[in-house]
Write a protein that binds this ligand. Sequence first.
Ligand code: ADP
Ligand code: NG1
Length: 465
Amino acid sequence: METNPPKLKAVIAADARLQKLKTAFENKYGECPAFYASAPGRVNLIGEHIDYCGYAVLPMAIEQSIIAAVSVNQSGSIELANTDPLYRDYSVSCTADIHIDRDNPHWFYYFLCGVKGIQEHCGIRELAGMRCMVDGSIPASSGLSSSSALVCCAGLATMEANHKMLSKVELAEICAKCERYIGTEGGGMDQSISFLAEKGTAKLIQFNPLRSTDVRLPDDAVFVISNSGVAMNKAASNHFNLRVVECRLATKVLGKALGLDSTGLMKLSQVQTELQVSLEEMLRLVEEKLHPEAYSLEELTQSLGTEVLETVLTENTMHVSLFQLYQRSRHVYGEAQRVLRFQSVCESGGADALSQLGALMSQSHASCRDLYECSCPELDRLVDTCLQSGALGSRLTGAGWGGCAVSMVTRDKAESFLRAVREAYYPEDPRRTALEQQRPLGDPLEQQRSLFVSAPARGATISVE
Ligand code: ADP
Ligand code: NG1
């Protein structure tokens, strides 16, 4: 059943984290915040690197979030500050064109992506002045979507400060689009779950049109997030965009080989839609029509033409000369199948549901590692450790090349699992131990950043005390 998103606004009793943020805001600006905008991070349970190919994904929101305390004024400027001294203050005029510097993806540019997205969507000529103090508890560059939570939080704050009313679906679509100003060509999973999430349930997120369906996770299992300790900043490298580009090229080459007019085709899902065949059949067609050897730029230029290549390549992939189209499309169609199977096992339950779900997660990791090549040695080691420590399934989550793994563990084994992973993985490298001992700033959950059980949390909200 598709569900209506819950309400955006809430009156909340201030918790410890909000109190700290309020105090920081008052100390900085000498006034009280008018409201708080908060947006959660997420863990993707299955369906990696397929949202931008048009396929459904299955994430849940996590308790960790980005919160902005906001006051509104007529000063003609937007002032940004952060509770973490790592992130410096920034201020921008409300009348100037908002500029986002892709070459230097500082934190405030993510915030400005959200501001600009709302401004453009709502046609706001002059934005209201704002003072914002941001506080985050999502480990950055770890595949838990800290960047999107920041963009969503900024979009929500801007909407509220400018007295606009938008639905959660509209907000998710606006924020998915505007985060691309930072230079990464993401697919919309993160912003969608950040807005559409509901406490207690994971979601199947489908695109075109954007919609979400509750997925009830098995009662006798918990999902554990563990951080490999390797950070990967998407906007500061071309790993992510190269995969997006490889998928677009695979779409064009496959489409052409199948006799389709591939002019308007940019996503692998569109090839399937055009042909009206199953994912199984798409996997067969990949075998038949694409070659496992890398495609060179010359081969692609000859087959598709320079003009097509120009519409596909991004600024940071222009110089790439080899593209793995066969491997990437095999991952995408296979992963899209696994998402649907995961949803169907959750729905039907059954005696061996947990082992089926675990197997799907582990197959997903193998595909990310071998076909999509978005893992790294530390993540593979962590996933192996999790499996040896009793997980029924384990996989990298989010973009990869570092960041976190998510593991499914039976509820009764959760404690022993946490202990075993803590003892086996973290002491191997002192940097991991340092991370493991870190606690989120003012996080009432008192959870460790690197290893914790996560239950489906609620989506973005605006709240007043
Ligand atoms: P993720 O997988 O977490 O989305 P990205 O590399 O895409 O990772 O984005 C991380 C960036 O988001 C950081 O470099 C920083 O600019 C921004 N960010 C994350 N958390 C915060 C925070 N608490 N405050 C300010 N900026 C943040
Ligand atoms: P993270 O893990 O937040 O970097 C990125 C993309 C998603 C999705 C995943 C891989 C953005 C904002 N997010 O997420 O859309 O493609 O990678 O499944 O680009």
